[in-house]
Design a protein around this ligand. Sequence first.
Ligand SMILES: *Cc1c(COP(=O)(O)O)cnc(C)c1O
Length: 855
Amino acid sequence: MQPLKVFSVVPKLPEGLEGLWELAYNLWFSWNEEIAALFSQIDQQLWIESYRNPVWFLNHVPQRALETLAQDALYKSRLREAVARQRQYLSRPAYTLKGDEGGEGIRVVYFSLEYGISLCLPIYSGGLGILAGDHLKSASDLNVPLAAIGIAYQQGYFRQYMTPDGWQQERYPNYDFEQMPMRPALTPDGQPAVVHLDIGDRPLKARIWRVDVGRVPLYLLDTNIAENPPDFRQITERLYGGNNEMRLWQEMLIGIGGIKALQVLGISPKVIHMNEGHSAFAGLERVRLFMKEHGLSFEAAVEVAAAGSIFTTHTPVPAGNDRFAPDLMARYFEPYASDMGLAFKVFMALGREVPHDDSEPFCMPVLALRLSRFNNGVSKLHGRVSRNMWKRVWNQFPVEDVPIGALTNGVHAPTWVAPDIGLLYDRYLGSNWREDPDSSRAWSLVDTISDAELWRTHERLRARLVDFARMRLHRQLAAQGARRQDIQMAEEVLNPEALTIGFARRFATYKRANLLLQERDRLIRLVTSTDRPVQFIFAGKAHPQDQEGKQLMKELIALCRSRECRMSMVFLEDYDMEVASHLVSGCDIWLNNPRRPLEACGTSGMKAMLNGVMQFSTLDGWWDEAYRPDNSLGWAIGKGEEYEDPDYQDFVEVQTLYNILENDIIPDFYDRGHGGIPRTWVRRMKAALRELAPAFNSHRMVMDYAGTAYAPALHNFNELTQRDFAPARELSEWRMDIMTKWSMLQIRNVRAQQADTLHVGDALTVEAEILLNGIDPGHIRAEIYAGHLNQDNSFAHRELSPMQHVGQTDDGWQVFRGTTAPAEAGRYGFTVRVCPTHPRLADPHSLGLIRWAGV
Ligand SMILES: *Cc1c(COP(=O)(O)O)cnc(C)c1O
């Protein structure tokens, strides 16, 4: 029988405690330990059971506990202070993006399919989501005028548990949004906000939830409502669930639906930031709107949308990038394309590396690259890898000129620094490390921390990790129905004093969770040593369809359960932010051995670094730029080699891994001087904090985005949209004009005034004659492209020197001249090239036009 009517019954907060609701509905508590403590101290056990969800928690705390609390004057005054502090935090004036003086309201909207903000909001699977969460938190702390769009997954990402023989099982709890820190988002006139869009020829309706992440509003779309047919209700059921068609629907929802949601909410951003290609349809929908609302041509609308768009790519594995087959795309985008006045083939070309290849699927990152004038990878190395990966989109350019830059990720210090060590930092560094975690000044003070105190704090965190691991293992074994003596054994596993190595991440194959196992005897010797014991704690999820990942996990778990290893190797189930925060703060070594260069950045190592945990990693992602060859900040596996043969690579790298462990890491860790402190080790901890903490945190990252991406994008967007978009129209006409004239542009008579031999530093003057075919000489950029040569006469390095327009030949060719100078001895060569340029074009490469001398 169904009830006639349903009510929510909420507890009555006694007088003086109402402020708890205010704190509960802002995720600020997830990076403010004092606020979290106001909840946890009411009922520690219930708080943990709630997954640190203050709304569920307040709804479940026994009324009696609340009545008691209402008598506690000290608690109430702390609560009052916390509420006041939060209000003050929320009302701070916004940071002004450069060039936006006097501007108000949301300027930037961030799009991501996942967000890892708090344990209680399980809409993340791994690094991409955590990064998005940290981005929002730093944007909030820095008051960047930013909002965000995501999806409210009814079942989140799966929760992991294991069969007794170590095979991953997935559990999908249904979350009750009414019991989470989110509320229906409202339109400007106070109505619940809903979005309508078409998926093929069927209408889809989504409601919108609002989550407050400090000052940043995060809007989550939700299609699980009665008005939608069952298959559409599933669009927001699971993160990375479903088939390719479901993924396409999700991406239509976040991209097209996301832009529509902003309209409904009365938010009109100038800049959008697409975190990964999943949301690239947002760029397309903006193009469509600019066309509809301002009567722009497709080309002019693209100029505007792209000027105000940032795209961050994360996936150096080609298979990891979304691609949709042409017939699938046709089913959903034919009417959309014709609505924009585009032939379907032209539409498809937007998402193809080779535009006229009709068999090529539609690739989301390619669309995003074409619709953004600021594109970046997430570490320096990944920037290089991405330029290589997408060079076909700019097929006339040398790979260095592919317009994809690098902006290295960071992590949010107040979230990831464990409370104990945070208090230590408070005492020695002042609160600056929380408020300005990218300040070198603050972190340079780590040198003043006493060795003994730092080490003891670290040891306390290790002991806490060991307790946590025992508790979780106990729970795991009990859930599996293990034998009593095995469950009891869980209370004795691990040693709070032993060298502890953490390895936790998604079980993607390139991360090589099984590398250690390839030298099984050596591993067993280490973990069974009684004088210098070593122990490992593992965690991670494999994607439900990744059978290979699951197999690796099974082998690893089998070893953890073997008689030799069971006391010193533990696998913790259900890797999430809770497990992560214990691991990254309580280990001594953070081990990471991805197959270079497949780790775009990696952020868990940064979290570990912020807690004084040492890195031991292949030179991939961020570690490639953070590592120092003298090992003063941590250790590297290999020297950054890349191999053709993966088996051989594994063979070489596993030897290196054990050699360094045995010869360097273990001896250093157990080299105890006075008071049992490993002095060299502590020196390294401090050096890593001092040198790396200011750089690899998300405040630095968000400030970099604000300065190098958001502000210039905002500026260009404003420029193009002035005078009812006149500059955008002009720019697109100019582009069309250049496109038609370019093929006739020619270069001849390239000559240098010097002879065959040059001395280092000698100026070399180069002249060239260019036939412009009616193009304004101010609209081209002629350059000398010079540098040292490889054996095969290709350029090893290159330098670009501008050429000036200096005259005209009798037969109407324009003369350009410039100088260059070789900086070192060796075989040297040069050539000349010409690109179009326009003052309003942020990125001249976007035209894809270039002319090389002699070609
Ligand atoms: C930080 C974090 C990650 C990212 O890990 P990397 O392998 O370093 O990219 C994944 N999952 C969780 C739960 C995390 O906290």
